[in-house]
Write a protein that binds this ligand. Structure first.
Ligand SMILES: Nc1ncnc2c1ncn2[C@@H]1O[C@H](COP(=O)(O)OP(=O)(O)OP(=O)(O)O)[C@@H](O)[C@H]1O
Length: 602
């Protein structure tokens, strides 16, 4: 996705179907009002002509009351209908927005892995899709209605002009052709500019968050980063502004030229009509309706062209939405997809190679590893060795580039990722802190526990966070957020880093009956007592279960059935604690280093 998506044929129909689906009543009412609003000015002009002709003695005076009533009614329509249209169109806009935003995020959520979300072009497309999905369908639908309305008005006036001066109709239309061509070009350029400035816009949002998120404010305040971030943000805004200004300037030039041509045509028509009336070829009523018709046709034609260009631009932007919604799945199912059986034998990594993209270096370089069923495996290694990456591969957040991972002999790629994950409990190193209540923060570990207070409290107890949660102002119902929590309710409640980590652990404990438990640094932020308690709880919990534990505190991995040392993407040592100590390699060196730090000084 390095190019902006194009407007594809057939998409207007897709958009129209979306509107219909979102709100049939509002779509139908908007269309009806567009037709009536389109007819009202034509009716007003014709009725005015009839009144003037009847008054001037050229028509039947008996129909004057009826015509006057009709004129009043059409005047009323001209005033009232736009208000009704504003209401129904807003109704339609809201309904379409809800539908397309839901579809957009359903499509994003349907990508089972992380690769798409880590692709900057995908993020740019997503941002534009999110923006365009809120306005493009409405611009397109309401634009189409305005076009229909303008065409109806225009047809009425064209009919009038054809009777009075057919040649002028041709001149007006010929003068409008370049306008259409220029406006479509500008709309394309506007869409291209939006795509070009999208990275700058995303960075602007990023700097805005750094300046406003409480978590970021600590360092920003301490290191005095506010001015630095603001100036970076301003640079991004300025570069986007400059690109937009260039398009605006081009628009101004083109539109100025087009307005000049339009005025010349209208002025020429006016001179002709006055001269024709002076020589008796036209009545006063004819001149009135002629002037109204020229202005009406030009205004409608300009409106059609502007709306067309705007709808075209909306369609181009809607291409971003379509690109996201129609994107191929990132992990397409292979033929012969297999169900995920309960783990009985174990998990096997066979010559697994992995890198985050072709531009990144290899992180795993031929890893062979057997994680036997019912056993605990500890993964150790220096920062950046690839331990967390391996955990992500076990969850199928990525697939290996070479080699394969087998669950009881079945390749993970032959399994549906969501089904596989049903069998896994996990605490990630960079776990989430949700701006939700304490209870919800735990419940998210297993949605089936929603409302099951007993299960949620039990998980919290095991993670050693029950007492801390009970002590919060509203217990488990306390909103754990600094930025949400209702106006006027005072500052939100914040937990300590270790308490957040225990909530993440509680989420994993909710999934204790799953086949595989993955724990990536689950106790890095805990105090010594808590760490001891948590590891005792984990040991009980992992007894007879298959688990992978990553920890830099080697004292907590010594009880593992198998300890594996990962270095530079390869397994360099494996065995029990005693075997690895006897080997006297990297594990023994690291363990001894840590142990001596705790030994009493001589
Ligand atoms: N999403 C990503 N995109 C690109 N590179 C990544 C990504 N995640 C990790 N890496 C890189 O992969 C390498 C291994 O990272 P990983 O997090 O697996 O290491 P680790 O062994 O868990 O380290 P630590 O002990 O610091 O947690 C690092 O060099 C890191 O920069």
């Amino acid at each position: 996705m390095t190019e902006p998506p194009r407007a594809a044929g057939g998409r207007p129909l897709v958009v129209a179907a979306l509107a219909w689906r979102a709100h049939r009543g509002a779509t139908a009412a908007s269309m009806l009002l567009a037709v009536l609003t389109g007819l009202a000015p034509v009716a007003t002009a014709w009725l005015t002509k009839l009144v003037l002709d009847a008054l001037a003695g050229g028509g039947n005076r008996d129909v004057l009351p009826a015509i006057a009533t009709g004129l009043a009614a059409s005047g009323l329509c001209v005033i009232v209908l736009p208000h009704a249209a504003t209401y129904t169109q807003a109704q339609l806009r809201r309904a379409v927005r809800a539908l397309v935003v839901d579809r957009l995020f359903a499509a994003v959520d349907s990508h089972a892995g992380l690769r798409r979300l880590e692709d900057p072009a995908f993020q740019d497309t997503l941002r534009l899709a999110h923006e365009s999905s809120q306005q493009a369908p409405n611009r397109l639908i309401l634009g189409s209605l305005s076009i229909a309305q303008a065409i109806i008005t225009m047809s009425g006036f064209v009919g009038t002009l054809l009777v009075i001066n057919p040649a002028l109709v041709l001149v007006i239309f010929l003068a409008a052709l370049p306008a259409l061509w220029i406006q479509l070009g500008l709309s394309r350029e506007r869409a291209r500019t939006m795509w070009k400035v999208s990275p700058a816009m995303r960075r602007e949002i990023f700097y805005g968050e750094l300046l406003t998120r409480p978590e970021a404010a600590k360092e920003a305040r301490l290191f005095g980063l506010g001015g630095f971030f603001r100036s970076r943000m301003l640079d991004e805004i300025r570069s986007a502004n400059e690109a937009e200004r260039r398009v605006d300037l081009r628009t101004l030039r083109s539109q100025g030229l087009l307005a000049l041509v339009g005025s010349a045509v209208a002025g020429g028509g006016l001179v002709w009509a006055v001269l024709a009336a002076a020589s008796g070829d036209l009545t006063a009523g004819d001149v009135t309706v002629f002037i109204a018709a020229v202005a009406g046709v030009q205004a409608s034609l300009t409106s059609v062209i502007d709306r067309w260009a705007d709808a075209h631009n909306a369609l181009l932007l809607f291409g971003h939405f379509a690109a996201i919604v129609e994107a191929e799945p990132d992990m397409p199912p292979r033929p012969g997809r297999r169900p995920v059986p309960p783990l009985r034998r174990g998990i096997e990594l066979r010559d697994v190679w992995f890198r985050y993209s072709e531009k990144h270096p290899w992180i795993l370089r031929g890893v062979d590893l057997h994680i036997p069923h019912g056993q605990s495996v500890a993964l150790v290694g220096v920062n950046g060795a690839g331990k967390s990456t391996l955990v992500k591969l076990l969850c199928r957040l990525y697939d290996p580039d070479k080699g394969s991972i087998h669950w009881d002999g079945v390749d993970l790629r032959d399994m549906a990722p969501a089904e596989l994950r049903e069998h896994i409990g996990v605490v990630f190193q960079d776990f989430m802190e949700y701006d939700l209540t304490a209870s919800e923060n735990i419940m998210l570990g297993d949605l089936s526990s929603e409302g099951d207070t007993h299960r949620i409290r039990e998980a919290a107890r095991r993670a050693g966070v029950h007492e801390a949660v009970e002590a919060l102002p509203r217990g488990y119902d306390t909103m754990l957020s600094k930025i949400f929590g209702g106006h006027g309710e005072g500052a939100g409640v914040a937990l300590s880093g270790g308490q957040w980590q225990r909530l993440a652990l509680a989420r994993a404990f909710l999934r204790q009956s799953r086949d595989l438990l993955l724990l990536d640094e689950p106790s890095s932020g805990l105090d010594a007592d808590a760490e001891h308690a948590v590891h005792a709880s984990l040991r009980r919990h992992r007894q007879g279960r298959t688990s992978v534990l990553i920890s830099h505190r080697l004292g907590s991995v010594r009880d593992a059935d198998l300890i594996v040392v990962l270095a530079e993407g390869k397994i360099t040592e494996r065995g029990s604690h005693d075997a690895l100590m006897a080997l006297n390699g990297e594990y023994a060196r690291l363990f001894t280093l840590q142990a001596t730090r705790y030994a009493p000084r001589p």
